[in-house]
Design a protein around this ligand. Structure first.
Ligand code: NI
Length: 194
């Protein structure tokens, strides 16, 4: 089932997510719904707060980068199959030089900004079968995971841009929260004016 994506301005996007356990109601259905919702919106990642649940779950699927000719072949091949569910994730290390990448977010349509993040992460998480993993990621895989991880910490990419850029997009963000936009997918707006 495709769920509405929660738009910028909703307090649920600012909550620190809580851990889930195997008994969480309809967990596999929830993950499947998140996957359908992400694919429908042409996303490469989606976090539970974006469908209104302040819990520590996010999903990524970087396969759209498979045909990105700006990337080297090794990275393209890796990203083609990088599809994962992260439950109760904890980034335990971030390292390397900070680099800029132009990020967007399904909760903040039509805005993209360069965001600086460290290049390499070590992350512990449970998969959809509650099996524990520790992954070391770099490049775009790390980037997508860092963005989604921020969501379960209540952080948005627009928090990480300069105060000048924040001022420049302030009105656009207000319009998003009021639903004065035409996204190509279902959304829920916190301050919708009828
Ligand atoms: Ni996002």
């Amino acid at each position: 089932m495709i769920l509405p994506i929660i738009a910028y301005g909703d307090p649920v996007l600012r909550k620190v997510g809580i851990d889930v356990d195997k008994e969480y109601p309809n967990l596999s259905q929830l993950i499947q719904n998140m996957q359908e919702t992400m694919v429908n919106a042409n996303g490469i990642g989606l976090a539970a707060p974006q469908i209104g649940k302040a819990i520590r779950i996010f999903i990524v699927d970087t396969s759209p980068f498979e045909n990105d000719k700006d990337l080297d072949e090794n990275e393209r091949n890796f990203l083609a199959t990088f599809k994962k569910v992260f439950i109760n994730a904890k980034i335990i290390k971030e390292e390397g030089d900070e680099w800029a990448f132009n990020e967007g977010c399904l909760s903040i349509p039509d805005i993209t900004e360069d965001v600086y993040r460290e290049e390499k992460i070590t992350i512990e998480y449970l998969d959809e079968n509650f099996k524990k993993h520790t992954d070391v990621l770099d490049g775009l895989a790390a980037r997508v995971v860092q963005h989604e991880y921020d969501h379960i910490e209540g952080i948005l990419f627009t928090d990480k841009i300069s105060s000048l850029k924040k001022r420049l997009i302030k009105k656009k963000l207000e319009n998003i929260s009021k639903g004065k936009i035409n996204p190509s997918y279902r959304m829920k707006f916190p301050f919708l004016k009828k």
